[in-house]
Ligand binder design. Structure first.
Ligand code: ADP
Length: 372
């Protein structure tokens, strides 16, 4: 059995990019957790260097995996808290009702459309969207998923759906089906490379088509997996899709929270209610001992939600099985329905549905205030 010390020794061979010596000695390494041959740890880097630290993260993962007895490693980058720029927290001014709101024509037959969004990529937005949708279905709701993450569509893989949608009549497409959910993704229609070079207006029109020229039928809820980030394309989308609200996914790391704040501000600007924040990869629980490890500085998203006055929807633990089941196209809500993480996703789905339906949960529905 491999132990922490062996992993730490292996990480002594990984050098920090800024001449701070080895990763093991740099002070940037978190506690190392080993569970069933899998190693989990995080690396703290200055906020400005997070984007450039991906090779370091990969090297650390590889070094850990090379330790005999370690089968896989999950390494996350954490931004140094000191680098947190407060300026980006400024609340957005509410947008004037204008052309944006006029474009929001409801889609017949769909009761609520919600967006799942994140300030940046890689925080688990698509995984959350998929399991949240399955959580709604577990409540007996009729659910659809629209994969609007045009540059990196994940839903075909997450739902293990292959093939192409069939044409119903005229221009209308039949949605694909996975685990009882209707799914439409650009990934079913065009090659990934083709969509990569699309510009804003093409992206918007593709999304509008997937929304309005697909035979969704009667749905209680349509979950839209938004493209990550808060650029023009995302803003235009938020303006053009008749959204009942948005769920923001964030990791506990400061940098991600800054991005999450931008996400909140963007939806406020276009008067889309924030349904709440989900903290993903929140903490790690060793299944054998039940011991909880807050290796990534958990709790930030809850505090941030409070600061922003938006509901906190819940925490999803960092779990290897979430990644593995996602990769296998058998998301945990269907493949491990009794696991704590599946329970967490269903709990978030129940909360969101309660908010949408106007306080059907035990807690009163939060009042969503737009004016600063
Ligand atoms: P995004 O849509 O934000 O880019 P994804 O949903 O594609 O992110 O997730 C990025 C990676 O992280 C995927 O490999 C996914 O399986 C993994 N992942 C997401 N959430 C978790 C979690 N809670 N625990 C472990 N791995 C996760």
């Amino acid at each position: 059995m491999a132990d922490k010390e062996q992993v730490r020794r292996a990480l002594a061979g990984v050098t920090m990019p800024d001449g701070r010596g080895s990763l093991a000695e740099s002070g940037a390494l978190s506690e190392i957790v080993i569970h069933q041959g899998k190693a989990y740890f995080s690396i703290t880097v200055p906020a400005a260097q997070v984007a450039g630290a991906e090779p370091l993260r990969k090297a650390a993962e590889e070094a850990a995996r090379a330790v005999p007895g370690i089968t896989s490693a999950l390494v996350t980058l954490t931004a140094e808290a000191a680098a947190k720029p407060a300026a980006s927290a400024a609340p957005a001014k509410p947008a004037q009702p204008g052309p944006g709101s006029q474009a929001k024509v409801q889609v017949a037959g769909i009761r609520h459309i919600i967006a799942v969004a994140s300030g940046k990529g890689g925080v688990g937005k698509s995984t959350t969207a998929c399991n949240l949708a399955l959580g709604f279905a577990a409540q007996g709701l009729r659910v659809g998923v629209l994969d609007a993450d045009i540059y990196g569509p994940s839903m075909p893989k997450l739902f293990a759906i292959h093939g192409r949608p069939t044409l119903k009549e005229g221009r209308t497409l039949n949605p694909m089906q996975g685990y009882g959910i209707k799914v439409m993704s650009i990934g079913f229609l065009v090659d990934e490379e083709a969509a990569m070079i699309w510009r804003g207006p093409m992206v918007i029109s593709a999304i509008q088509q997937m929304l309005r020229e697909v035979d969704w039928g009667e749905l209680d809820i349509l979950v839209v997996d938004m493209p990550p980030g808060t650029g023009d394309a995302q803003l235009t989308m938020a303006q053009n899709v008749p959204l009942a609200g948005a769920v923001i996914v964030s990791t506990p790391q400061d940098l991600a929270l800054i991005d999450a704040r931008r996400g909140v501000a963007m939806f406020r600007k276009v008067e889309v209610p924030i349904l709440g924040i989900v903290e993903n990869m929140s903490y790690f629980i060793a299944p054998d001992t039940g011991k909880r490890y807050d290796i990534f500085g958990n709790g930030g998203a809850r505090a941030e939600a409070e600061r922003q006055g938006v509901p906190f929807l819940g925490e999803i633990p960092l779990t290897m099985s979430i990644r593995e089941k996602s990769d296998a196209g058998t998301p945990v809500v269907v493949s491990e329905p009794d696991s704590p993480h599946a329970v967490a996703y269903r709990g978030i789905a129940a909360k969101v549905w309660g908010i949408l339906e106007g306080g059907a949960t035990q807690r009163p529905a939060p009042r969503i205030v737009f004016d600063a």
